[in-house]
Design a protein around this ligand. Structure first.
Ligand SMILES: Cc1cc2nc3c(=O)[nH]c(=O)nc-3n(C[C@H](O)[C@H](O)[C@H](O)COP(=O)(O)OP(=O)(O)OC[C@H]3O[C@@H](n4cnc5c(N)ncnc54)[C@H](O)[C@@H]3O)c2cc1C
Length: 303
């Protein structure tokens, strides 16, 4: 890694928060991915602003990481800096019906906190294994709920170094996307406007959804959830199954037998195995149904 960047980082990060040549397999739910030149575990907005300023000025590549639950990183890794917004920025507070979560808080913790305060609206997010930052950027959703329905505002660090508060409309939420996707805006915090309810019914709803996930999804294998977006008028999983690809394997990567919309790391897959399987599934589904599948999973590095 660039020595002057490392000297800069050592001035503002604790030594244990600077990870050089860090295997990305440790930071993605697919459990694959080669080394990033440097991974920084960010603790606060000031540190982050100084870092992005340096990186923007010097032109070094960087990528913002949450929990890596929607990410496929190449076996060759990533030539640049990974800024991880995770456990060190994960405070959740409640003020009446407003829940505020720092970007690194997990969606599970945020939903649980809402439940403990008898607030309803975030149950859908309780089983999504990402951070609030990743959830907001992706407009994460499940079982009829999505971030768009509950976000009141999002605090971001803009590429020019300004901190801005965006309201729901400015986020331009769409299906698994938002105005901030791929634009080097970093989510610092999000506020959610929820409704009063009672703790036990919110908890019961969360347990019911967790049970649905356990029964339908291959949670026992590493994956990034649904690999493909839902094509309009279809379900990706059904198309893949009807194309005869249930259980289809390339190396250690496999189309899940339990839910064909999930490509899983069944046995020590490489990132390339998973990538090749994605491409093969796309081709087969197109050949059979003339439907173009689009990946929901984000690709990082060279394949
Ligand atoms: C078993 C399983 C089940 C899943 N089920 C669902 C589901 O039901 N619904 C659903 O929508 N998704 C689901 N997912 C996918 C994934 O959990 C979501 O997309 C989640 O929102 C990703 O959050 P993350 O923190 O892991 O983001 P990452 O994977 O780390 O990153 C995803 C994107 O967000 C960006 N990003 C992350 N944090 C920030 C930040 N602070 N500021 C700016 N950009 C940021 C990254 O740069 C990247 O572009 C599932 C995944 C798994 C493994």
């Amino acid at each position: 890694m660039n020595t002057s960047f490392l000297n800069f980082a050592r001035d503002i990060y604790a030594a244990e928060d600077i990870l050089e040549e860090e295997p990305m397999a440790r930071h993605t739910t697919f459990r694959v991915g080669g080394p990033a030149d440097c991974l920084l575990q960010v603790s606060d907005a000031g540190q982050l602003a100084a870092t992005t300023h340096y990186l923007n000025e010097t032109g070094l590549d960087y990528f913002v990481l949450g929990n890596g639950s929607n990410l496929l990183v190449s076996d060759k890794g990533y030539r640049g800096v990974i800024l991880q917004i995770g456990p060190k920025m994960s405070e959740v507070t409640v003020d009446g019906t407003l829940v505020r979560a720092q970007a690194g808080a997990s969606m599970a913790k945020t939903a649980r906190t809402a439940m403990e305060h008898g607030l309803t609206g975030l149950e859908f997010a309780s089983g999504i294994p990402g951070t609030i930052g990743g959830g907001v950027i992706m407009n994460a959703g499940a079982y009829g709920g999505e971030m768009k329905q509950v976000v009141e505002s999002v605090t971001v660090l803009a590429p020019d170094g300004n901190i801005m508060v965006l309201d729901n409309a400015s986020m331009e939420f769409g299906y698994r996307t938002s105005a901030l996707k791929n634009r080097h805006f970093v989510v610092l915090e999000a506020s959610f406007r929820l409704q009063e309810s009672d703790r036990s019914s919110v908890q019961a709803k969360m347990e019911e959804l967790a049970e649905q996930r356990r029964s339908k999804q291959p949670l026992e294998f590493p994956s990034a959830g649904s690999t493909f977006k839902r094509p309009e008028g279809y379900f990706a999983g059904k198309l893949i199954m009807d194309a005869g690809m249930r259980g289809y394997r390339i190396g250690g990567a496999q189309v899940s037998e339990k839910h064909c919309g999930f490509l899983i790391n069944a046995a020590n897959a490489s990132a390339q195995d998973i990538y090749d399987l994605i491409e093969t599934v796309k081709e087969r589904v197109y050949d059979v149904f003339e439907v173009k599948l689009e990946t929901e999973v984000i690709l990082l590095g060279e394949f």
